[in-house]
Design a protein around this ligand. Sequence first.
Ligand code: KG4
Ligand code: ZN
Length: 373
Amino acid sequence: MKKKKEITILGIETSCDETAASLLKIKNGKFEIISNVVSSQVKIHARYGGIVPEVAARKHAENIVPVLNAALANLFKSSLINIRQSKFVKINKIIDAIAVTNGPGLITSLLVGVEAAKTLAFLTRKPLIPVNHLLGHIYINFINNHQLINNRQQLFPAICLVVSGGHTELVLMRDFENFKKIGQTLDDAAGECFDKVAKILGLGYPGGPAIATEADKFKISNLKFRIDLPRPMINSNDFNFSFSGLKTAVLYSFQRSKSKNRNYLFKMCREVQQAIIDVLIAKTIKAAQKFKAKSIILGGGVVANEELRKQFASKVYSLSFKVKFFAPAKNLCTDNAAMIALAGYFKLKKTAEKDWRKKFDWRKIKVDPNLSI
Ligand code: KG4
Ligand code: ZN
């Protein structure tokens, strides 16, 4: 890539239930998030106890233009932009490329973001970079670590754990653009397990934060009973996961329990959270050992879990081998478009500027709900 002093990328994300747009500036190799707008649909889906794809797509369609407007507003120091000609010329001058999530995710949700991005790319004649959502969750770890980017030998190989509502994957990262999936969930994702258990316990959606809040209220002094949940596949000879049995174990315990008082609820939340944390940490450390990892990188909504972050950090610190540990800021763990813009930048960086438009031609982009790493 030609050494351009400053690049600005517009990121767009609509893979699930968050409509998001972000402007990311890259100057002298440093990243600056100029805007990061996320319009969440959680309140709407909470009514149904989970995401309803048709409803999600309709909401994305309603939200995409206001969200783009809000993200671009920083360019004009005003709160609202009408894309009139003069302003449009300015957008055209400032943005160098557009990055959009083209999978994995809900197909009708993905289509809204991708079609909006294609329209903008067509009008502005800018390159349009397709981004794998899961890689966005990984790359966002580098937003404040630009100095490490030039120190590849300190970082790689890395073991990445992506834990979200739809995915639980262990990924071997040998370089910035070299990823290999080494394990995944065979059934439910960790976030899905949090969400389904919360539904069983009547805690609402999204389940992860709700369970974490209840788990925090548990006090040892109130313990008059035991709840023992399994740690599925914790000792299996691979890097796969399984969380559907854990959810079923919660369901059976809940059905059998006679006194479903507050202590029972607190204890159950604490136990299910701990079971998930134990499995995630054990498998990630095992992979780090096997592949002699120099870093462990976390990403995805479940990483917003405070206990998970604390226990992971202290486990990594106590290991007999030295390994760097990365977890994004909590607000950047859940879905956002800054992570998509940043992942787009890593793709763009590999290509000479004169080839950007040809390589990242909006006509070539296809939505793939099952896109994998
Ligand atoms: O990455 P994300 O925002 O969306 C997907 O790509 O799926 O992850 C959403 C998932 C949900 O399952 C949600 O319950 C979980 O992340 N989550 C949490 C927490 N915050 C969000 N899980 C545990 N503890 C949290 N604090
Ligand atoms: Zn996600």
